[in-house]
Write a protein that binds this ligand. Structure first.
Ligand code: RIB
Length: 294
């Protein structure tokens, strides 16, 4: 199964700060790192590093060469990532001493999608292939519809969450990938098992993965419920942890791993990424993850 990753590519500006800036405050930053990111790019890189068959799709602006370079550096084709005559998306990311982040996203080229683009990049998809989407591009619902017309599986990460998500054709989703905040917003529940129960009741065709930060992750499919805790590491920056989990988890499931093993591999990959600053460039290779687990 090929996974078509249709999502955002951002230039991430990481500001190291003593605390998140407060209303009316001017806060000096000790350090600025300008690095490639965006949920779509991070997830595509994680899938590729984990060994999945991935088709990266997306839109960048005139300043997007560094984003294309990341895909080239991991051996991906970039012919479906189109340059628009505008700015790339970017993110302003505050990182505090505990490694927690606060993010502002400017959409830029990530909001220049149209139906013709979705039809073109998914043209060679076959029934059973999957499209992986997040909520950081425009017309996500349209892409779901085009993918379903082609008999594809729809994998949806409702991140960042906003209420427009409820207007999407969510009945087309085969697999939800949420963190606890997105899961709570989707279901009105707070306990992880309740979130998964309501999500799978509301969307009976779907399986669901819920990541729980320091409390690990839970996955529910038609065969059961599977859990895994986190591997303890020194946290430098949590940006991209969820995206890395997504990529390694999907790649492992896709490669035939049992859900419990896929959770373990993805937890290890996430533990490595949070011990480094940055998103796309911090994602470990499959070998690094194997060494970590050994
Ligand atoms: O999920 C992490 C990503 O969110 C960052 O790379 C940033 O670009 C924002 O999209």
């Amino acid at each position: 199964m090929r996974i078509y990753s249709v999502g955002s590519l951002n230039i991430d500006y990481f500001y190291s700060v003593p605390h998140f800036v407060r209303a009316g405050e001017t806060l000096p930053s000790a350090k600025l790192d300008i690095l490639p990111g965006g949920k779509g790019l991070n997830q595509a890189v994680a899938l590729i590093r984990a060994g999945a068959d991935v088709v990266p799709c997306g839109l960048v602006g005139n300043d997007g060469e560094m984003l294309l370079d990341v895909l080239k550096s991991v051996g991906a084709k970039t012919d479906r990532v189109i340059k628009k005559d505008m700015s790339s998306g970017h993110a302003i990311i505050q990182v505090d001493p505990a490694g927690q982040n606060g993010i502002i996203v400017f959409h830029g080229a990530n909001f220049a999608y149209d139906e013709a683009y979705f039809r073109k990049v998914l043209a060679d998809a076959e029934p059973g292939d999957a499209v992986l989407l997040q909520n950081e591009i425009n017309d996500v619902g349209l892409c779901m519809t085009v993918a379903k017309e082609k008999g594809m599986r729809v994998i949806f990460n409702p991140s960042p969450f906003d209420n427009s998500i409820f207007e999407l054709p969510l009945e087309k989703v085969d697999l939800f990938l949420c963190n606890e905040i997105e899961g709570a917003a989707m279901t009105g529940k707070t306990a992880p098992d309740d979130i998964l129960t309501v999500l799978c009741e509301n969307y009976p065709n779907a399986d669901a993965l819920l990541t729980l930060g320091g409390a690990g992750a839970v996955y529910r499919d038609k065969t059961g419920v599977f859990r895994h805790g986190v591997f303890k590491v020194d946290v430098v920056d949590t940006t991209g942890a969820g995206d890395t989990f997504t990529g390694f988890f999907l790649a492992a499931l896709n490669g035939g791993s049992a859900p419990a093993d896929a959770l373990r591999t993805a937890s290890a990959a996430s533990a490595i990424v949070v011990s480094r600053i940055g998103a796309a460039l911090s994602i470990p290779t499959a070998e690094e993850v194997k060494e970590f687990l050994a």
